[in-house]
Ligand binder design. Structure first.
Ligand SMILES: Nc1ncnc2c1ncn2[C@@H]1O[C@H](COP(=O)(O)OP(=O)(O)OP(=O)(O)O)[C@@H](O)[C@H]1O
Length: 834
């Protein structure tokens, strides 16, 4: 497809030159014809008349088509001849990319209650992770130079063509025509074989295929239908309306220049031409917005200062391959709506990209929804030039150091790049309940999250929990994070408070290296956050009606324990499995340490399960404090309104929370409840299933777990200390469960030396020494002695911080001692009988 050979070069005219300085390159047909090749314009008009009946606009917009016809024009004051620049799409590349993209969401959660080696689950996550780790290259049509993408499976992938290699040396301004189809499934769009960027004369067919999707965009065809003047008037009005909004938003007096731009916009009317010396930037915009939203229109508009002070652009400043950057691990990231240095290129600063990536022809109607959900295809109104530009520049210039700049891409070049203001610059409602202000998105919400003004590009969905979606994202400085997004709308207030509390806990736990670290967060409903943070939470009835999200930027974890476990079991030959004790010790200790950290902070997690331990750079870290509770200073338990947790890991008291026990005391949850959950996790690590996995319904589980006489079955294990450890955690009576400091000293983690060698340990207690000499070879007796020894010699480590007063703690120690003495007595007695 070398149609560029056929593209007639435009004659170099003074009008062409002057158009370089025209800010909004939205010249009317008449302007076009006067300022450009008359033949060219006639072509355009003829084509539009023939192929753009108004009624077909939407249906035609279904077609993701074409067309980049960048045309070089000389700079003002230069005498360089025009060149035709061709940009190509590579459908093969698109296919590759999209195939990978379809794998994005594979890393979902595995069931909490993992049974041994469920292959499908294991396979899914493993593949996802493996693939994530393995960058691959997508080579497209070899005839098309330099498509060289490093991609991550599961990532939202942006391709980058090295446009500069498609382009002749850029000597002057370029004219670019880009058509983006829309209304098409994005993947289909991107793979659509017709999505070729053709370099061609602007012929009828091209124009026919050009998609003018947005009603407020001036469509040339409407002009051809004789309504141009009214549309122009509308357009001008709309544009002024936008300006008004912007002015309100940024509070600046830009009325004069805005008026000017409005005038320019309206008189220039619509054309799909961009004249700039910085064509790469245009491509960059094209490329960016085309990513995923292949069917998008893009409106490009010059920045205000450019309009106000049109300058020809020096070539050197024009070619700034900054639209995409390649970050570590081969992730290609585009820098979509991120203009670079404002000062260097008038074209840069002139870009306003409206990426109306609606899939099914939705326009304004879907904006609200799209804004609510970044997953939806979104209309991206970008008004960066007026107020957000400095921020954006600041935000992303920081990325430079780690970035391998690439020339702009034409990958998704089925763009319809329109150079006019558009109503599609959708306002983004500030999501606060009251006083919602209107601001405009200056980024592609389909590709980016903005948290506290910082952009994070989506690389893929990691998983979703009961209440959230978690994405892998990359920041401007190329750091990978997990971004947890919780939708507030429709939730009851207490749940929403809980989510905000998670932020509170994570803030409190900052710097603790076995807790996932919160990098940044934003609660769009400021009132809600304020209430939680100030502790003035009055549980309101009803549900949250306003759109609102909680965004949490977190350290990124490679894999969670649930998936590690299923992988482990998958790798074992199930007929001949035996647990790897060192592996178990290694991770069990980390689990204990993580939970110890929060217990020391008087936080009960309440939802401990393998999926909530993440492997971050080789260490397990605890996540998901969504239902965690702080223990009030005057108690050892937390108050819960309802049963919470994940069934398979819920303690008996969590099931019976707030009920009365046999003595009429209210059953409460506290740290022992977490210990029970840990016992379930340990059990699962040992046997590959949770202790009550065979009871599948809620009621069956409820019944058996709350039955104190139910005996948990333990399969044989080679190490009796391991068995003992599980029993210590899964004692039905919460007072009998060991606390974490004890568990960290348990002989499974700290194996005892042989009885003879351990005798000196008992030196401090003659009674124990005597007993150990007599019965030390018996496993159970030596275990009991060991526990007794610990209470006697190191009671401090046994003190439970859950007990508020020293007296309670002493009583508890004595109770434990008497229980142990009783057990020793019983056991020794039984030995005599054997
Ligand atoms: N920091 C992170 N890094 C990588 N993956 C993460 C991270 N945080 C969460 N995930 C993944 O997302 C999943 C859901 O996260 P999380 O448990 O925090 O959400 P949730 O909505 O609170 O879920 P739940 O239903 O368990 O309460 C996790 O199981 C994990 O696989």
């Amino acid at each position: 497809m070398d149609r560029e050979a056929n593209l007639p070069g435009l004659p170099v005219t003074s009008q062409n030159l002057s158009r370089v300085s025209r800010p909004l390159i939205l010249s009317s047909s008449s302007n076009c014809s006067s300022s450009s090749s008359p033949d060219f314009v006639r072509h355009v008009q003829a084509a539009l008349k023939r192929y753009r009946p108004l009624g077909t606009m939407q249906s035609e917009s279904l077609r993701p088509r074409r067309v980049l016809v960048p045309r070089r024009e000389p700079l003002k004051g230069t005498d360089k001849s025009q060149d035709v620049v061709s940009l190509r799409n590579a459908n093969a590349e698109c296919e590759s990319i999209d195939q990978r993209e379809s794998v994005v969401a594979v890393a979902g959660e595995v069931p909490d209650d993992l049974s041994i080696s469920p292959p499908s689950v294991v396979g899914t996550i493993t593949e996802a992770h493996d693939q994530n780790l393995g960058p691959f290259r997508v080579k497209g049509d070899q005839s098309k130079p330099d498509l060289d993408l490093n991609l991550h499976n599961g990532d939202v992938i942006s391709s980058a063509f090295v446009a500069s290699q498609h382009l002749p040396a850029v000597d002057g301004p370029k004219k670019v025509q880009i058509a983006l189809g829309s209304n098409v499934d994005s993947q289909k769009m991107e793979c659509d074989g017709s999505n070729q960027v053709e370099t061609s004369p602007v012929n009828d067919q091209d124009l026919k295929q050009r998609d003018f999707q947005q009603s407020e965009m001036l469509d040339i065809s409407t002009r051809s239908n004789g309504v141009i003047s009214s549309l122009l008037a509308n357009r001008s009005a709309l544009y002024q309306d936008q300006q008004q909004q912007l002015m309100e938003f940024i509070g600046k007096d830009i009325s004069q220049s805005m008026t000017q731009s409005s005038v320019v916009g309206s008189t220039c009317a619509t054309t799909t031409s961009v004249h700039s010396s910085s064509a790469p930037m245009l491509y960059s915009a094209t490329y960016c917005s085309c990513h995923r939203n292949s069917g998008s229109h893009m409106d490009i508009e010059p920045l205000e200062e450019f309009k106000a002070n049109p300058q020809p652009i020096a070539q050197g400043s024009a070619v700034r391959p900054c639209s995409t950057f390649q970050c570590n691990r081969g992730v290609v990231v585009n820098q979509t709506a991120i203009p670079t240095q404002a000062s260097t290129s008038a074209f840069d600063t002139s870009l306003v990209v409206n990426d109306n990536g609606s899939l099914k022809g939705q326009q304004d109607s879907n904006v609200k929804e799209a804004e609510q959900s970044h997953d939806a295809h979104v209309d991206h109104g970008k008004s960066s030039q007026f107020n957000d530009k400095p921020t954006k520049v600041k935000e992303f210039q920081g990325a430079g150091s780690n970035v391998i700049s690439q020339a702009p891409s034409t990958r998704n070049s089925s763009s319809n790049l329109k150079l006019e203001p558009s109503k599609s610059e959708k306002p983004e409602k500030a999501l606060s309940g009251k006083g919602a202000s209107v601001r405009k998105k200056n980024y592609d919400a389909d590709l980016f999250f903005k948290v506290n003004g910082k952009l994070f590009q989506k690389l893929g969905k990691i998983g979703s929990g009961g209440s959230s979606e978690v994405y892998k994202v990359i920041s401007a400085d190329c750091a990978i994070y997990a971004l947890k997004r919780i939708k507030l709308k429709g939730r009851d207030y207490s749940t929403a408070y809980g989510f905000c509390q998670e932020i509170e806990y994570l803030n409190k736990l900052k710097g603790k290296n076995n807790i996932i670290q919160l990098i940044d967060y934003e609660v769009t409903d400021k009132t809600l956050l304020k209430e939680v943070m100030s502790g003035s939470v009055n549980t309101k009835d009803g549900r949250i009606k306003d759109d609102g999200y909680i965004y949490m930027v977190l350290e990124y974890g490679e894999i969670d324990l649930a998936h590690m476990l299923s992988q482990k079991w998958k790798n074992m030959d199930s007929s001949n499995w035996s647990i790897d004790e060192n592996w178990l010790r290694f991770y069990w200790q980390q689990i204990l340490q993580a939970v110890n950290t929060i217990h020391e902070e008087r936080i009960v997690h309440s939802d401990l399960k393998p999926a909530n331990f993440l492997l971050v750079k080789g260490s397990l870290k605890l996540i998901d404090f969504g239902i965690a509770k702080a223990i009030m200073s005057d108690t050892t338990n937390i108050q819960r309104d309802s049963q919470v947790g994940t069934l398979s890991y819920m303690s008996p008291e969590a099931f019976m929370c707030n009920e009365n026990d046999a003595n009429g005391n209210m059953i409460k949850c506290g740290r022992p409840s977490d210990i029970w959950s840990l016992g379930c996790i340990l059990y699962q690590m040992v046997y590959g299933r949770t202790p009550f996995a065979e009871y599948t319904t809620f009621w069956a589980k409820f019944k058996v777990i709350t039955d104190r006489n139910h005996k948990i079955t333990y399969g044989p294990v080679s190490n009796p200390w391991l068995l003992d450890l599980m029993k210590k955690c899964l004692a039905w009576d919460r007072n009998e469960r060991w606390r974490i400091p004890q568990l960290l000293q348990h002989h499974f983690l700290v194996p005892p030396v042989s009885p003879e060698l351990s005798l000196p340990r008992y030196k401090s207690c003659k009674l124990l020494q005597l007993m150990a000499e007599a019965y030390g070879n018996d496993y159970e007796t030596s275990r009991l002695f060991s526990d007794l020894q610990q209470i006697l010699t190191d009671p401090v480590s046994m003190l439970s911080s859950q007990l508020s007063t020293p007296r309670d703690q002493h009583c508890e120690l004595l109770s434990q001692m008497s229980r142990l003495c009783y057990q020793v007595r019983q056991h020794i007695a039984s030995l005599g009988k054997q």
